[in-house]
Design a protein around this ligand. Structure first.
Ligand SMILES: [Zn+2]
Ligand SMILES: [Zn+2]
Length: 476
């Protein structure tokens, strides 16, 4: 996505709306962190390989959702039952990092009801100049700058909004052998790029990505007997399409803060106002008074706006996507960002009005993005409240996802499910009920396994018999 700097619209009626409301602590993301201990099971070889980097790294970076999956069930006092898949949510997790993953959909679903309050959507991107980036690699530095930007926007009348950091720029291609973000690429040579990736993968290459904004290909030579062939192939491609060529290891963080705000002041921002916002932001990034800023303090703030619900939905999908797709891009930062609260909503008390538009207003791609989501139910479950009756939900222990496959359920989207209701309770403590349910599931699993075993045995016998029979026929 290419962002445009500045919008040259009409003047705001009455200049800039201003207000001084108390700061909002924003919202906290759902707490799946405690389940990560349970999920923290890593392949032995991978552990050995990274052992020299320390145990901390092992437990922090390796557990992903690639080959294990868990869920928990929850229920209210009235026997309404729900399930949620547990995901690690790490941006570099091969599962959670994907566009449209459960983790991505969850972030999207969490913010969608907020966006629905906006008649129009203002979308700011606050970038950090390269020379200043080293300062913004810690949770504290990023959280502080994020908060300062939020206060800056509030001082300009944006009383409510949402903010989220992207840690890296837009990369599309092959990362660790996985295809990433190719669907988002808007380049004339996409077909040729796809062919290059295909060939590269066939020669056992793993890392080759394009950053269209920088017109640069980053890649790692897989070595081996094809080493020089592949080097020439990639170099030729870059030359043909006028791209720079750089080693994959030179990919560096490029944090930029996405801020989505309502159009309370109108979607248009006069250039004079945008210029002042930029100056004030530059003061924050460089940590010096605005009047001391000069030529040597470049700054870039992009602003654009969205008028239709469909375009707002697309912007939200984009903002909530993962950008830190490979932890080797910056190992220290990957470690540092553990537990970073990156989805921040501001303006408590400012969100009480009626939604400005409904999901039914959406068409085309935007409709497809929300079709499978029961936003109201998800919002309620995330808040720990039964969407049917409003009672508190109590969650059980983590169970292997295979068990969920065999339960009657209705998908609510983003990895949330509604399960069949329990009959009104004989009064039992919650943990007893949970254990009974787990037993029931385990029993179903046993039944299913024994059926499968019997079928397999029958098949094996039939196969052997057939083999023996055809063996007889072949011997003459
Ligand atoms: Zn994951
Ligand atoms: Zn209920």
């Amino acid at each position: 996505m290419v962002a445009v700097s500045g919008i040259y619209g009409r003047e705001l009626a009455g200049g800039v709306c201003n207000s001084s409301l108390p700061a909002s602590p924003g919202q906290t993301p759902g707490g799946v962190g405690r389940y990560l201990d349970i999920i923290a099971n890593v392949s032995f070889e991978a552990k050995i390989a990274l052992h020299k980097l320390g145990d901390d790294l092992n437990s922090a970076l390796l557990p992903t959702c690639q080959d294990r999956a868990w869920f928990v069930t929850g229920e209210c006092a009235n026997g309404h039952r729900f399930a949620k898949e547990l995901v690690c949510g790490k941006e570099f997790c091969p599962v959670c990092g994907e566009d449209g993953s459960t983790a991505h959909n969850r972030r999207f679903a969490r913010w969608l009801p907020k966006i629905q309050h906006f008649e129009s959507l203002g979308y700011f991107v606050f970038t950090i100049p390269e020379a200043q980036r080293a300062k913004y690699k810690t949770k504290k530095a990023l959280a502080d700058l994020g908060h300062q930007v939020q206060e800056l926007l509030k001082s300009w009348g944006y009383l409510r909004g949402l903010r989220r950091w992207h840690f890296f720029g837009d990369y599309a291609g092959l990362i660790g052998g996985r295809e990433v973000n190719l669907g988002e690429l808007r380049i004339s040579y996409l077909k040729a790029f796809n062919r290059l990736i295909e060939t590269f993968a066939k020669m056992n290459g793993f890392d080759l990505v394009l950053n269209p904004n920088k017109a640069t290909i980053f890649w790692r030579n897989p070595g081996g007997q094809h080493s020089s062939v592949i080097a020439r192939l990639v170099a030729d491609f870059a030359k043909t399409y006028g791209l720079h060529l750089k080693p994959y290891s030179s990919i560096k963080p490029n944090p930029h803060l996405n801020s989505l705000v309502g159009g309370e002041c109108g979607p248009y921002i006069p250039p004079r106002v945008l210029a002042t916002i930029k100056l004030e932001y530059a003061g924050l990034v460089y940590g010096i008074p605005v009047k001391e800023l000069g030529e040597s303090h470049p700054i870039d703030v992009k602003y654009r706006y969205r008028l239709s619900p469909g375009k707002m939905v697309h912007a939200l999908k984009y903002v909530t996507r993962a950008t830190f797709r490979d932890y080797t891009w910056d190992l220290d930062m990957a470690m540092e960002l553990r537990g970073f609260r990156n989805m921040v909503v501001w303006g408590r008390g400012e969100w009480g009005d009626e939604p400005a538009w409904s999901l039914g207003d959406l068409g085309g791609k935007a409709r497809a993005a929300v079709e499978d989501l029961d936003i109201r139910a998800i919002e309620s479950i995330v808040a720990g409240v039964c969407p049917v009756c409003g009672e508190a939900l109590t969650w059980g222990e983590a169970l292997p996802i295979g068990l969920l496959d065999m339960v009657d359920k209705q998908s609510l989207g983003a990895g949330y499910y509604s399960l069949g209701d329990l009959p009104p309770p004989p009064v039992q403590p919650a943990d007893v009920k949970f254990r009974l349910y787990a037993l029931e599931l385990a029993h179903r699993l046993e039944v299913r396994q024994s059926v499968a075993r019997a079928e397999a045995e029958a098949r094996a016998e039939a196969g052997e018999y057939q083999g023996w029979w055809s063996g007889l026929l072949d011997t003459d």
